[in-house]
Design a protein around this ligand. Structure first.
Ligand code: GLP
Length: 245
């Protein structure tokens, strides 16, 4: 667990870690495979990466990304889609090759989702696995959209969103009734295969779930507790999110 004075500083540190990884792989002619997150939590990390691209010539030409999740159903050009989010918060401002960007497809027919999810996993494997996975945490203890009940070895799949998750998303959708009931998410098992994982959390409203995630009994009731089992995980927090530890 690393605690910083504020979100700004912590986000900067995370961005520096990602940049160092990209530069190291660039030097040895390797691609960097990043697992990326959405939500409010990573916005300052992405802003810092954009700044480094513009001011310090950090290049994303050899970066391949896989996003954790997407609502289902969801059109990519919808205001609330994670495609729109990623474009606005990161991809539109850097030199990433669009073919290297992967975000689960919310437009599929439900019957083809299972095969699509297997392929998503295969693509990650094809690129050599995730070098780094960035995670936020939902108030249910979800990582990605792995809600309570998710198995530790779960793969990419279609899931049903928890009521609290839909309530938390209701502002973006103009009411809970408009929030999709499902999502496609990388599994806990998919996330676990990443060689480095950072879970970030900011603010007082994350303090109680962070206490459970870091100190609580490992259980499917709080999927983030599974992270206690991995030696590759760091929890990066601001003072408020760490205040119940
Ligand atoms: C959504 C995302 C999660 C994210 C969570 C927390 O549910 N699917 O990946 O961690 O929200 O969001 P925020 O960072 O806005 O608190």
């Amino acid at each position: 667990v690393k605690v910083y004075d504020n979100q700004q500083l912590a986000s900067k540190k995370i961005a520096q870690r990602i940049a160092a990884l990209i530069k190291k792989n660039d030097e040895s002619g390797k691609k960097t495979v990043l697992g990326l997150a959405t939500g409010a939590s990573p916005i300052k990390v992405y802003a810092e990466l954009i700044r480094m691209h513009k001011e310090e010539a950090l290049s994303f030409k050899n970066v391949v990304t896989f996003n954790l999740d997407e609502y289902f159903p969801m059109k990519p050009d919808a205001e609330q889609s994670y495609v729109t989010f990623m474009n606005r918060q990161l991809f539109d401002h850097i030199d990433i090759v669009r073919e290297n960007v992967h975000i689960p497809d919310g437009t599929l027919e439900e019957k083809s989702v299972a095969e699509y999810c297997l392929n998503y996993e295969k693509k990650i494997t094809f690129y050599g696995g995730l070098d780094f996975q960035l995670l936020g945490i939902g108030r249910t203890g979800h990582i990605g959209f792995n809600e309570p009940g998710s198995a530790p070895n779960s793969g990419t799949r279609l899931v049903t969103l928890d009521d609290l998750t839909r309530r938390d998303a209701s502002r973006d959708f103009g009411g809970k009734e408009n929030v999709p009931t499902k999502a496609i998410t990388m599994g806990v098992g998919t996330i676990f295969k990443a060689r480095e994982i950072i879970l970030m959390a900011w603010g007082k409203k994350k303090a109680s779930i962070i206490k459970k995630a870091v100190e609580g009994e490992i259980s499917s009731d709080v999927p983030a507790t599974y992270l206690q089992l991995s030696p590759n995980v760091e929890f990066v927090l601001d003072k408020e999110a760490a205040s119940d530890l």
